[in-house]
Ligand binder design. Structure first.
Ligand code: FVH
Length: 291
Protein backbone atom coordinates (compact mmCIF):
# COMPACT_ATOMS: atom_id res chain seq x y z
CA UNK A 1 0.00 0.00 0.00
CA UNK A 2 1.69 3.23 -1.17
CA UNK A 3 -0.92 5.85 -0.25
CA UNK A 4 -1.76 6.68 3.33
CA UNK A 5 -3.79 9.41 5.03
CA UNK A 6 -2.93 10.66 8.51
CA UNK A 7 -5.67 12.46 10.42
CA UNK A 8 -4.47 14.43 13.43
CA UNK A 9 -1.12 16.19 13.56
CA UNK A 10 -0.33 16.46 17.24
CA UNK A 11 3.02 15.17 18.47
CA UNK A 12 2.10 11.58 17.64
CA UNK A 13 0.33 12.13 14.29
CA UNK A 14 3.29 14.20 13.09
CA UNK A 15 5.75 11.45 14.10
CA UNK A 16 3.58 8.86 12.35
CA UNK A 17 3.41 10.95 9.16
CA UNK A 18 7.18 11.48 9.23
CA UNK A 19 7.80 7.74 9.55
CA UNK A 20 5.81 7.06 6.37
CA UNK A 21 7.39 9.98 4.50
CA UNK A 22 10.85 8.57 5.30
CA UNK A 23 9.79 5.32 3.60
CA UNK A 24 8.70 7.27 0.50
CA UNK A 25 5.00 6.56 0.82
CA UNK A 26 2.52 9.08 -0.59
CA UNK A 27 1.27 10.75 2.59
CA UNK A 28 -1.81 12.97 2.81
CA UNK A 29 -2.39 14.80 6.08
CA UNK A 30 -5.32 16.60 7.70
CA UNK A 31 -5.55 18.42 11.03
CA UNK A 32 -8.23 20.60 12.67
CA UNK A 33 -5.66 23.38 12.97
CA UNK A 34 -4.22 23.49 9.43
CA UNK A 35 -0.95 25.27 10.32
CA UNK A 36 0.38 22.05 11.88
CA UNK A 37 0.70 20.54 8.39
CA UNK A 38 3.37 23.07 7.30
CA UNK A 39 6.51 21.16 8.35
CA UNK A 40 5.18 17.94 6.83
CA UNK A 41 4.35 19.64 3.53
CA UNK A 42 7.96 20.87 3.46
CA UNK A 43 9.10 17.24 3.60
CA UNK A 44 6.73 16.00 0.92
CA UNK A 45 3.28 15.45 2.45
CA UNK A 46 0.08 16.49 0.65
CA UNK A 47 -2.12 18.75 2.77
CA UNK A 48 -5.85 18.14 2.48
CA UNK A 49 -7.84 21.23 3.42
CA UNK A 50 -11.17 19.40 3.79
CA UNK A 51 -11.53 16.06 5.55
CA UNK A 52 -13.36 14.57 2.52
CA UNK A 53 -10.28 15.31 0.40
CA UNK A 54 -8.09 13.52 2.99
CA UNK A 55 -10.33 10.45 2.94
CA UNK A 56 -10.43 10.42 -0.85
CA UNK A 57 -6.64 10.35 -1.17
CA UNK A 58 -6.03 6.87 0.31
CA UNK A 59 -7.81 3.66 1.17
CA UNK A 60 -5.82 3.40 4.44
CA UNK A 61 -6.67 6.10 7.02
CA UNK A 62 -4.75 6.49 10.26
CA UNK A 63 -6.27 8.61 13.02
CA UNK A 64 -4.27 9.95 15.97
CA UNK A 65 -6.07 12.64 17.94
CA UNK A 66 -6.56 13.47 21.60
CA UNK A 67 -9.50 11.19 22.41
CA UNK A 68 -12.58 9.49 20.96
CA UNK A 69 -14.85 12.57 21.21
CA UNK A 70 -12.27 14.31 18.98
CA UNK A 71 -12.52 11.42 16.49
CA UNK A 72 -16.32 11.81 16.53
CA UNK A 73 -16.00 15.57 15.95
CA UNK A 74 -13.90 14.83 12.85
CA UNK A 75 -16.30 12.17 11.54
CA UNK A 76 -19.15 14.70 11.87
CA UNK A 77 -17.35 16.77 9.21
CA UNK A 78 -17.29 13.85 6.72
CA UNK A 79 -19.80 13.87 3.89
CA UNK A 80 -21.90 10.66 3.71
CA UNK A 81 -20.32 7.90 1.64
CA UNK A 82 -16.71 9.07 1.92
CA UNK A 83 -15.71 6.28 4.33
CA UNK A 84 -17.13 3.54 2.12
CA UNK A 85 -14.48 0.91 1.27
CA UNK A 86 -11.79 2.45 3.50
CA UNK A 87 -9.75 0.85 6.28
CA UNK A 88 -9.72 3.05 9.38
CA UNK A 89 -6.89 2.45 11.87
CA UNK A 90 -7.66 4.46 14.98
CA UNK A 91 -4.49 5.00 17.05
CA UNK A 92 -6.26 7.33 19.49
CA UNK A 93 -6.13 6.33 23.15
CA UNK A 94 -9.52 5.20 24.50
CA UNK A 95 -11.51 2.59 26.39
CA UNK A 96 -12.67 -0.86 25.21
CA UNK A 97 -16.28 0.33 25.14
CA UNK A 98 -15.40 3.41 23.09
CA UNK A 99 -13.58 1.17 20.60
CA UNK A 100 -16.55 -1.21 20.22
CA UNK A 101 -18.96 1.69 19.58
CA UNK A 102 -16.56 3.34 17.14
CA UNK A 103 -16.04 0.05 15.28
CA UNK A 104 -19.80 -0.46 14.92
CA UNK A 105 -20.29 3.08 13.58
CA UNK A 106 -17.36 2.87 11.13
CA UNK A 107 -18.53 -0.55 9.89
CA UNK A 108 -21.99 0.99 9.30
CA UNK A 109 -20.30 3.50 6.97
CA UNK A 110 -18.96 0.59 4.88
CA UNK A 111 -15.39 0.77 6.23
CA UNK A 112 -13.18 -1.74 8.05
CA UNK A 113 -12.12 -0.73 11.57
CA UNK A 114 -8.91 -1.57 13.38
CA UNK A 115 -8.16 -0.16 16.79
CA UNK A 116 -4.57 0.58 17.72
CA UNK A 117 -2.58 1.48 20.80
CA UNK A 118 0.85 3.00 20.38
CA UNK A 119 3.20 1.86 23.14
CA UNK A 120 6.02 4.36 22.66
CA UNK A 121 6.55 8.11 22.68
CA UNK A 122 6.59 10.03 19.36
CA UNK A 123 10.43 10.11 19.35
CA UNK A 124 10.57 6.29 19.25
CA UNK A 125 8.11 5.78 16.38
CA UNK A 126 9.81 3.62 13.72
CA UNK A 127 12.65 2.66 16.09
CA UNK A 128 13.54 -0.99 16.83
CA UNK A 129 11.90 -1.04 20.30
CA UNK A 130 8.63 0.50 19.12
CA UNK A 131 5.52 -1.66 19.19
CA UNK A 132 1.88 -0.98 18.48
CA UNK A 133 -1.16 -2.99 19.62
CA UNK A 134 -3.89 -3.74 17.07
CA UNK A 135 -7.27 -5.47 17.19
CA UNK A 136 -10.18 -5.83 14.79
CA UNK A 137 -11.14 -8.08 11.87
CA UNK A 138 -8.01 -10.14 11.17
CA UNK A 139 -8.29 -10.12 7.36
CA UNK A 140 -8.50 -6.30 7.37
CA UNK A 141 -5.49 -6.09 9.68
CA UNK A 142 -3.37 -8.56 7.67
CA UNK A 143 -4.09 -6.55 4.48
CA UNK A 144 -2.38 -3.47 5.95
CA UNK A 145 0.05 -5.11 8.39
CA UNK A 146 3.20 -4.65 6.30
CA UNK A 147 2.49 -0.90 5.96
CA UNK A 148 1.84 -0.57 9.70
CA UNK A 149 5.17 -2.27 10.45
CA UNK A 150 6.84 1.02 9.48
CA UNK A 151 5.65 2.47 12.82
CA UNK A 152 7.00 -0.39 14.94
CA UNK A 153 6.40 -4.09 15.54
CA UNK A 154 2.68 -4.78 15.24
CA UNK A 155 1.19 -6.79 18.12
CA UNK A 156 -2.16 -8.14 16.87
CA UNK A 157 -4.23 -9.15 19.92
CA UNK A 158 -7.53 -10.37 18.44
CA UNK A 159 -10.57 -9.66 16.31
CA UNK A 160 -12.56 -7.82 18.98
CA UNK A 161 -11.74 -4.11 18.48
CA UNK A 162 -11.95 -3.63 22.27
CA UNK A 163 -8.87 -5.78 22.86
CA UNK A 164 -6.17 -3.31 21.76
CA UNK A 165 -7.45 -0.61 24.17
CA UNK A 166 -7.84 -3.26 26.88
CA UNK A 167 -4.18 -4.28 26.52
CA UNK A 168 -3.21 -0.61 26.18
CA UNK A 169 -4.90 0.36 29.46
CA UNK A 170 -3.48 -2.73 31.16
CA UNK A 171 0.07 -1.84 30.12
CA UNK A 172 -0.42 1.80 31.08
CA UNK A 173 -1.74 0.70 34.51
CA UNK A 174 1.47 -1.23 35.12
CA UNK A 175 3.57 1.73 33.95
CA UNK A 176 1.75 4.36 36.01
CA UNK A 177 1.79 2.11 39.09
CA UNK A 178 5.57 1.88 38.72
CA UNK A 179 5.89 5.67 38.24
CA UNK A 180 3.67 6.30 41.30
CA UNK A 181 5.88 4.00 43.40
CA UNK A 182 9.01 5.74 42.18
CA UNK A 183 7.59 9.18 42.98
CA UNK A 184 6.70 8.09 46.51
CA UNK A 185 10.16 6.57 46.95
CA UNK A 186 11.73 9.84 45.78
CA UNK A 187 9.58 11.87 48.20
CA UNK A 188 10.73 9.68 51.10
CA UNK A 189 14.38 10.19 50.15
CA UNK A 190 13.90 13.94 49.69
CA UNK A 191 12.26 14.20 53.15
CA UNK A 192 15.80 13.78 54.56
CA UNK A 193 17.42 15.70 51.68
CA UNK A 194 18.86 12.43 50.31
CA UNK A 195 19.49 12.91 46.57
CA UNK A 196 17.03 10.80 44.60
CA UNK A 197 19.93 9.88 42.32
CA UNK A 198 21.57 8.03 45.24
CA UNK A 199 18.60 5.74 45.79
CA UNK A 200 17.64 5.29 42.13
CA UNK A 201 20.11 2.50 41.20
CA UNK A 202 18.89 0.50 44.23
CA UNK A 203 15.25 1.09 43.25
CA UNK A 204 16.03 -0.06 39.71
CA UNK A 205 17.81 -3.17 40.96
CA UNK A 206 14.89 -4.12 43.22
CA UNK A 207 12.28 -3.53 40.51
CA UNK A 208 14.24 -5.52 37.92
CA UNK A 209 14.36 -8.48 40.32
CA UNK A 210 10.62 -8.17 41.08
CA UNK A 211 9.67 -7.95 37.39
CA UNK A 212 11.25 -11.36 36.85
CA UNK A 213 8.52 -12.81 39.12
CA UNK A 214 5.68 -11.58 36.84
CA UNK A 215 5.35 -14.67 34.59
CA UNK A 216 4.99 -16.97 37.63
CA UNK A 217 2.47 -14.62 39.28
CA UNK A 218 0.55 -14.37 35.99
CA UNK A 219 0.30 -18.18 35.86
CA UNK A 220 -1.11 -18.23 39.41
CA UNK A 221 -3.66 -15.55 38.48
CA UNK A 222 -4.78 -17.42 35.36
CA UNK A 223 -5.01 -20.85 37.04
CA UNK A 224 -6.46 -19.38 40.26
CA UNK A 225 -4.12 -21.62 42.20
CA UNK A 226 -2.54 -19.45 44.84
CA UNK A 227 0.56 -20.81 46.61
CA UNK A 228 1.68 -20.03 50.15
CA UNK A 229 5.02 -18.32 49.57
CA UNK A 230 7.60 -17.11 52.10
CA UNK A 231 6.61 -13.50 51.29
CA UNK A 232 2.88 -13.66 51.91
CA UNK A 233 0.10 -11.06 51.97
CA UNK A 234 0.03 -10.70 55.77
CA UNK A 235 3.73 -9.87 55.87
CA UNK A 236 3.34 -7.42 52.99
CA UNK A 237 0.30 -5.71 54.55
CA UNK A 238 2.42 -5.11 57.66
CA UNK A 239 5.32 -3.80 55.56
CA UNK A 240 2.95 -1.46 53.70
CA UNK A 241 1.59 -0.21 57.03
CA UNK A 242 5.18 0.64 57.97
CA UNK A 243 5.61 2.52 54.67
CA UNK A 244 2.51 4.56 55.58
CA UNK A 245 3.62 5.14 59.19
CA UNK A 246 7.14 6.11 58.13
CA UNK A 247 5.81 8.38 55.40
CA UNK A 248 3.59 10.20 57.88
CA UNK A 249 6.55 10.65 60.25
CA UNK A 250 8.59 12.07 57.38
CA UNK A 251 5.86 14.44 56.22
CA UNK A 252 5.21 12.50 53.01
CA UNK A 253 1.62 12.01 51.83
CA UNK A 254 0.39 8.43 51.99
CA UNK A 255 -2.22 9.00 49.25
CA UNK A 256 -0.41 6.90 46.62
CA UNK A 257 0.40 3.96 48.92
CA UNK A 258 -2.76 3.80 51.04
CA UNK A 259 -4.99 2.10 48.40
CA UNK A 260 -2.32 -0.59 47.94
CA UNK A 261 -2.17 -1.22 51.70
CA UNK A 262 -5.99 -1.35 51.73
CA UNK A 263 -5.97 -4.06 49.05
CA UNK A 264 -3.47 -6.22 50.94
CA UNK A 265 -5.37 -5.64 54.19
CA UNK A 266 -8.63 -6.64 52.51
CA UNK A 267 -6.90 -9.82 51.30
CA UNK A 268 -5.77 -10.61 54.83
CA UNK A 269 -9.33 -10.06 56.14
CA UNK A 270 -10.72 -12.30 53.37
CA UNK A 271 -8.64 -15.40 54.13
CA UNK A 272 -5.69 -14.68 51.79
CA UNK A 273 -3.17 -13.85 54.56
CA UNK A 274 -0.82 -16.76 53.81
CA UNK A 275 -1.25 -16.56 50.00
CA UNK A 276 0.79 -14.91 47.26
CA UNK A 277 -0.18 -11.48 45.82
CA UNK A 278 -1.87 -13.29 42.89
CA UNK A 279 -4.77 -14.05 45.28
CA UNK A 280 -5.56 -10.31 45.44
CA UNK A 281 -6.61 -9.95 41.79
CA UNK A 282 -10.16 -11.32 42.34
CA UNK A 283 -10.67 -8.54 44.90
CA UNK A 284 -10.15 -5.99 42.13
CA UNK A 285 -12.67 -7.53 39.72
CA UNK A 286 -16.16 -6.04 39.73
CA UNK A 287 -19.42 -7.50 38.43
CA UNK A 288 -18.67 -6.43 34.83
CA UNK A 289 -15.60 -8.66 34.65
CA UNK A 290 -15.53 -11.94 32.71
CA UNK A 291 -13.80 -13.74 35.60
N1 FVH B 1 2.45 11.53 22.90
C1 FVH B 1 2.65 10.38 23.55
O1 FVH B 1 3.68 10.16 24.16
C2 FVH B 1 1.59 9.30 23.59
C3 FVH B 1 2.16 7.96 23.21
C4 FVH B 1 1.10 6.88 23.24
C5 FVH B 1 -0.13 7.27 22.42
N2 FVH B 1 -0.61 8.57 22.83
C6 FVH B 1 -1.93 8.89 22.30
O2 FVH B 1 -1.84 9.40 20.97
C7 FVH B 1 -2.96 10.29 20.74
C8 FVH B 1 -2.43 11.61 20.19
O3 FVH B 1 -1.52 12.14 21.14
P1 FVH B 1 -0.60 13.40 20.80
O4 FVH B 1 0.60 13.28 21.65
O5 FVH B 1 -0.43 13.55 19.37
O6 FVH B 1 -1.54 14.59 21.38
P2 FVH B 1 -1.44 16.17 21.04
O7 FVH B 1 -0.07 16.55 20.65
O8 FVH B 1 -2.04 16.84 22.22
O9 FVH B 1 -2.38 16.35 19.76
C9 FVH B 1 -3.78 16.21 19.86
C10 FVH B 1 -4.37 16.13 18.47
O10 FVH B 1 -5.80 15.95 18.62
C11 FVH B 1 -6.45 16.98 17.86
N3 FVH B 1 -7.73 17.29 18.47
C12 FVH B 1 -8.00 17.48 19.77
N4 FVH B 1 -9.30 17.74 19.95
C13 FVH B 1 -9.88 17.72 18.72
C14 FVH B 1 -11.19 17.90 18.24
N5 FVH B 1 -12.22 18.15 19.08
N6 FVH B 1 -11.43 17.81 16.91
C15 FVH B 1 -10.41 17.55 16.04
N7 FVH B 1 -9.12 17.36 16.43
C16 FVH B 1 -8.86 17.45 17.76
C17 FVH B 1 -5.49 18.14 17.89
O11 FVH B 1 -5.86 19.02 16.86
P3 FVH B 1 -5.38 20.59 16.94
O12 FVH B 1 -5.51 21.00 18.39
O13 FVH B 1 -3.96 20.62 16.48
O14 FVH B 1 -6.32 21.29 16.05
C18 FVH B 1 -4.17 17.40 17.65
O15 FVH B 1 -4.04 17.06 16.29
C19 FVH B 1 -3.67 10.46 22.08
O16 FVH B 1 -4.81 9.63 22.11
C20 FVH B 1 -2.63 9.97 23.09
O17 FVH B 1 -3.20 9.45 24.28
C21 FVH B 1 0.38 9.63 22.71
Amino acid sequence: MNNITIIGLGAMGTAVANAFLKKDLTVTVWNRSPHKAQSLVATGAHHAIHIDEALGASSLLLISVLDYPAVQDIFHLVTDGHLDGKTVVNLTNGTPEEARKMAAWVNDQGAAYIDGGIMVTPELIGQPDAFVLYSGAEDSFRAVESTLTILGSPAYVGDDPALAPLYDLSLLSAMFGMFGGFLHAAALLRSEAVPTAHGTPMIMSLLKAMIELFPEIAHEIDTQEYPTPSSNNAMMATALRKVLDGSREQGVSGDLVKPIWQLFNQGVQNGQATRDISALVPLLLTSHSAS
